[in-house]
Design a binder for this molecule. Structure first.
Ligand code: CA
Length: 238
């Protein structure tokens, strides 16, 4: 059971969502705008947030979901946040993920999917960070270390066999762990870090992602393909 903050200005949707969260065994507070959300966050301890990005201004001041999300990340860096966005608003989603959202759903969404994503997000948030104590029973089978300057990386004690281009891709993903890295991000890094390699077609990127996935096999890490947006390094959940 988790204590959740639900931020949604549509009263009907807010009521429906809250009822579902409660029937799934959670407790939930509901806020209808960004100001209310921030007040709840200052006065209570939450395990997670469901945040609509399209929120109304408060007293004429713009307080949309991105603003709330940025404030959450400044103050409570680890609080997991699932954002809700209008369908097809890819810019919003990218902005939300880059502002530190853990997951997103587009409206209209299926309630069962929301509950499943929320459960996965809350489970992930209870796992330790990548550099946590190896004694932890939840720690990864192998942990990934990467040299910041040279094309070297290790899974546990074992050195990975990486090309320059694979290393720069892996480093980019690891530097943005839990965030989406766009194809354009990869190409621009490749231009500076692996200029000796020829033209960067989109097929080439998929080939490199595929190779890296194989090399990360059994590491507890997975490169998730986020359709239309890019790639994200995350914990693998069997
Ligand atoms: Ca809204």
């Amino acid at each position: 059971m988790s204590h959740l903050l639900l931020v949604e200005d549509d009263a009907l949707l807010q009521d429906g969502l809250r009822a579902q969260l409660v029937s799934a065994g959670h407790t939930a507070e509901a806020a209808s705008n960004g100001q209310q959300a921030l007040t709840f966050l200052e006065t209570q301890r939450f395990d997670g947030v469901v945040l609509d990005l399209g929120l109304p201004p408060v007293h004429g001041i713009d307080m949309d979901g991105i603003h709330v999300l940025r404030t959450i990340r400044q103050r409570l860096s680890n609080l997991p946040v699932l954002i809700l966005t209008a369908r097809d608003d890819i810019d919003d989603r990218v902005q939300g993920l880059n502002a530190g959202a853990d997951d997103y759903l587009t409206k209209p969404f299926d309630m069962a999917e929301l509950l499943a994503r929320l459960a996965a997000m809350l489970r992930r948030s209870r796992m330790p960070a990548f550099d946590s104590a190896p004694e932890s029973e939840h720690s990864f089978k192998h942990r990934l270390r990467i040299d910041p300057d040279l094309p070297l990386a290790w899974l546990g004690e074992e050195a990975m066999d990486l090309t320059q281009r694979e290393w720069s891709l892996l480093k980019l993903l690891l530097d943005h762990i839990g965030q989406v890295v766009s194809r354009e991000d990869v190409f621009s890094v490749w231009q500076t870090q692996a200029p000796e390699v020829g033209a960067s077609g989109s097929n080439a990127l998929e080939v490199y992602i595929h190779r890296l996935r194989r090399k990360l096999h059994d590491s507890g890490l997975n490169i998730r393909n986020i359709r239309g947006l890019g790639y994200m390094l995350e914990l693998h959940h069997p």
